[in-house]
Design a protein around this ligand. Structure first.
Ligand code: HEC
Length: 251
C-alpha cells in the first residue's frame, strides 16, 4: 500500500530539492575560475566599465541589444556625457544600439572568426568566466595573434588589454598521457601600465558592465527587491502580533 506523503513532508521535499538544485548550479561551470565579484548596482563601476568597453572592445564587438540612450538612463549620465565620452562612432545617434567598427566580413578575414556580439555574453559564459578569461592571456609565438589563453585555448582574439596588464608567459606542468604539457601557471614577465591589483579592479568594472548589459532590467528588479523584503518583514511582524492577539484567550 502506498502511503500518501503529508503536506508538510511534500513541502520539505520540495524545499530540499531547491537547495540541492541551487547548490549544484553554483558548483557547476569550468574549473579554476576566479570570482568576478561584480556589482551591477554600483554606478561608478558601470560607468568605468562602459568606458573600458567602448575604448577596448567596441572596435571589434557590437552590443546590439543596448542603446546609448538606455545606458545614459541606467548609468546616471546625460546625453552629452554619453555622446562625448562613450560614443566613438562618428555617425552614431543617441538612440542607436552599440555597433562595432568592424564588419562581419573583415572580422572573418582578419581573425578567421567574426567577433561575436557581447550583449548576452555574461549570461552565456558567466561573469567569473569573463573575468578569468581577460586575465589569462599569455604570449604564444605559435599562435596567429601571438597570444593564447588558458581559459579559451586557441582563441582567435588577441590580448587587447596587454598594455594595461603586461605580458604573461606560461609555465608548463608534466604532460598527461603523452599529450601536450598543460599550462600550470602564468608569470608576469613584463609589467603593464597598471599593477595587477588595478588591472583586476578594471576587469571587475568591465565585467560588471557586461553583466548589466546582459540584463538591464536586473537593476530595477534588485532595487524593487529591497522594498519587497522590507514589506514582507513588516507584514510578518504584523501578522504575528495579530495571531498573538487572537490566540491569547484560547490557552
Ligand atoms: C581586435 C578585435 C577584438 C577586440 C578589440 C576584442 N575582441 Fe573579443 N574577440 C575577438 C574575436 C575574433 C573573438 C572570437 C574568438 C574565437 O571564437 O576564437 C573574440 C571573442 C571574445 C569572447 C568570447 C565570446 C564567446 O562566448 O565565445 C569574449 C568574452 C570577448 N571576445 C571579450 C572581449 C572584451 C571584453 C573585449 C574588450 C576588452 C574584447 N573582446 C575586444 C576579437 C576582439
Amino acid at each position: 500500500m502506498t502511503k500518501k506523503l503529508s503536506r508538510t513532508s511534500r513541502i520539505a521535499l520540495f524545499l530540499a530539492g531547491l537547495v540541492v538544485a541551487a547548490a549544484s548550479h553554483a558548483a557547476g561551470g569550468a574549473d579554476n575560475l576566479l570570482p568576478a565579484n561584480t556589482q551591477i548596482g554600483n554606478k561608478g563601476m558601470l560607468q568605468r566599465g562602459a568606458a573600458m568597453y567602448m575604448n577596448y572592445c567596441a572596435g571589434c564587438h557590437s552590443a546590439q541589444y543596448v542603446r546609448y540612450s538606455r545606458l545614459a538612463e541606467d548609468l546616471g549620465l546625460s546625453e552629452e556625457q554619453v555622446m562625448d565620452n562613450l560614443v566613438f562612432q562618428v555617425d552614431a545617434k543617441f538612440g542607436d544600439t552599440i555597433v562595432s567598427g568592424l564588419s562581419r566580413e573583415d572580422g572573418i578575414a582578419f581573425f578567421g572568426t567574426a567577433p561575436p556580439d557581447l550583449s548576452l555574453v555574461a549570461r552565456s559564459r558567466g561573469p567569473d568566466w569573463l573575468f578569468t578569461y581577460m586575465r589569462s592571456f599569455y604570449r604564444d609565438p605559435t599562435a596567429a595573434t601571438g597570444w593564447n589563453n588558458t581559459v579559451f585555448a586557441n582563441s582567435s582574439m588577441p590580448h587587447v588589454l596587454w598594455e594595461l596588464q603586461g605580458i604573461q608567459e606560461p609555465h608548463y606542468g608534466e604532460p598527461v598521457d603523452g599529450g601536450d604539457p598543460p599550462v600550470e601557471h602564468l608569470e608576469l614577465i613584463q609589467a603593464g601600465l597598471v599593477t595587477p591589483g588595478q588591472y583586476d579592479a578594471s576587469l571587475r568594472d568591465l565585467v560588471s558592465f557586461l553583466e548589466y548589459i546582459g540584463e538591464p532590467a536586473a537593476l530595477k528588479r534588485q532595487a524593487l527587491g529591497v522594498w519587497v523584503l522590507l514589506f514582507l518583514a513588516i507584514f510578518t511582524t504584523l501578522a504575528w502580533l495579530l495571531k498573538r492577539e487572537y490566540w491569547k484567550d484560547v490557552h
